[in-house]
Design a protein around this ligand. Structure first.
Ligand code: MG
Length: 477
């Protein structure tokens, strides 16, 4: 079990401070805090008097605001409406929650009286991340407010140990709490992690073995070898030789190729953009579907064909796929519903019933939110056509809500349009059936070029310094 403190560790208490001060303004019709921003707050939630002293307020005004703040900061309304998690922390918690035999416990100095509000607000914040907290795994302070907090933290560790958990780490923003726990852990089994945010106690009191950090960074936490096996990964936009070479040399099973007809030669070619809208570049190396399948059909790699054309493309593509005898378990088709229409999808489904047949459905996002039953009817109609995978863009507004609804309905979902490694890992944590990505992850030694949309590819710059080659982050050319 890994233990997390809540205030100042999971929750950024500056949001609560700002919310309560602005609520004061509203209740009094004042504008004291109209121009106060979150980054102006550098004090702990227990020392708001110091913040007030820096503002142009008379002493009696400071006093009135402070007593109002102290009275209202832990009301249910403030807890539900104002609490915000630090960037990345809910993803980190989710990562631990999906590991086998691993639990996330909460070890807080908040008093028992706040138990229901605490669980309610944290579960509300966690919902989009598929994070949930339970009553049994929340340990609170049996003493009153801000009393014997260090004892409560030690009590939390002992409580969970008595329940049979082995505590392997504890994250807290207060050095005093970490020090108290270190004293009951002479074998140093517990990794002490200091959330270096805003804290009250002195940093010098921290045990020397404490590890400090200011950010929750998924790309540091999750290595490639720990990616869940049940998610299918697809290398997006393999339309040129450089990308194809990298894909073939990788352990990634699937690649997506954009297929369209060359209006001049009538060949089936690999290209994201139409030749009409984005004319051929002079040094563009253009690959044909025929060449691609001749390279791939014996490799056992998965072939995802994105049909960029209308129904007339279907039969030509099917003929070529059949000519190379590709196994259905290695076949995946994607197309827009308005291009292939019902007949095109039914044709693909009857030719290869066990292949993945996918269409993008990001256009349903507004309907999912406003009229979910209608959206479900439409999706069910698509499944009648033979479509068995729905693709949604990571960049869709309310994407997490959209995904959650699709998942609850039991549809298989592919996520695409993940811009970088961090977003890719965030998508992994949702555990969709598949993720399609450019593999533009220099941190993992993947230098995917992208599909060439609008004639652009990712560009990487190499730097040689004392014999060490480093690759800078990709940018679009
Ligand atoms: Mg704390």
């Amino acid at each position: 079990m890994i233990l997390f403190d809540i205030d100042g560790t999971i929750l950024d208490m500056r949001s609560m401070i700002l919310y309560v001060l602005q609520a004061y303004d509203r209740s009094r019709g004042n504008g004291f805090f109209r121009n106060l921003g979150i980054s102006d707050i550098t004090v702990h939630e227990n020392t708001v008097d110091r913040l007030l002293a820096q503002l142009p307020l008379r002493p009696e005004e400071q006093e009135e605001v402070l007593s109002w703040y102290l009275k209202h900061r832990w009301t249910s309304a403030a807890i539900i409406e104002s609490h915000r998690a630090f960037r990345g922390v809910l993803e980190v918690i989710r990562w631990f929650q999906i590991q086998p035999g691993t639990y996330v416990g909460l070890n807080t100095g908040r008093p028992e009286a706040l138990r229901a509000d605490t669980l309610h607000s944290l579960n509300k914040l966690g919902k989009d991340y598929r994070v949930s907290f339970t009553d049994e795994l929340l340990h609170m302070n049996p003493a009153g407010w801000n009393e014997e907090v260090e004892n409560a933290k030690v009590g939390g560790v002992l409580h969970f140990q008595k329940e049979g958990y082995r505590i392997f780490a504890m994250v807290d923003n207060e050095p005093d709490n970490l020090r108290a726990v270190s004293k009951i852990d002479p074998q140093q089994e517990i990794l002490l992690l200091h959330a270096d945010t805003i804290f009250e106690s002195k940093r010098t009191k921290m045990p020397r073995r404490t590890v400090r950090g200011k950010v929750y960074d998924l790309t540091e936490l999750i290595p490639e070898k720990a990616l869940p096996e049940r998610i299918q990964f697809v290398w997006h936009g393999v339309n040129d030789k450089a990308n194809l070479r990298q894909f073939l040399a990788s352990d990634i099973h699937w690649a997506e190729f954009d297929i369209r007809t060359d209006p001049v030669s009538n060949d089936l070619i690999l290209r994201h953009d139409s030749l009409e809208n984005t004319p051929q570049h002079e040094d563009e190396d253009r690959l044909t579907l025929d060449y691609l399948l001749s390279r791939l059909h014996k490799t056992g790699k998965g072939v995802k064909l994105d049909l960029k054309g209308d129904r007339t493309l279907v039969d030509r593509v099917l003929d070529m796929v059949d000519a190379y005898g590709l196994d259905e378990s290695c076949l995946w088709f994607n197309a827009k519903v308005e291009r292939l229409q019902e007949r095109g999808f039914r044709r693909l489904a009857s030719a290869h019933p066990s292949a993945v047949l996918q269409c993008p459905v990001s256009f349903l996002a507004p309907l999912i939110l406003s009229a979910p039953r209608k959206a479900k009817e439409i999706l069910t109609m698509f499944t009648d056509w033979g479509i068995n995978r729905f693709s949604i863009s990571w960049l869709t507004p309310d994407m997490r809500h959209f995904f959650d609804q699709m998942d609850q309905w039991g549809f298989e979902v592919n996520i695409y349009d993940v811009p970088d490694l961090e977003s890719f890992l965030q998508a992994v944590l949702l555990m969709p059936r598949s993720i399609t990505s450019d593999f533009n992850f220099p941190k993992w030694y993947y230098y995917g070029r992208g599909s060439g949309e609008n004639g652009n590819h990712y560009e990487y710059s190499l730097q040689l310094s004392r014999g060490v080659m480093t690759v800078r982050r990709p940018g679009r050319v």
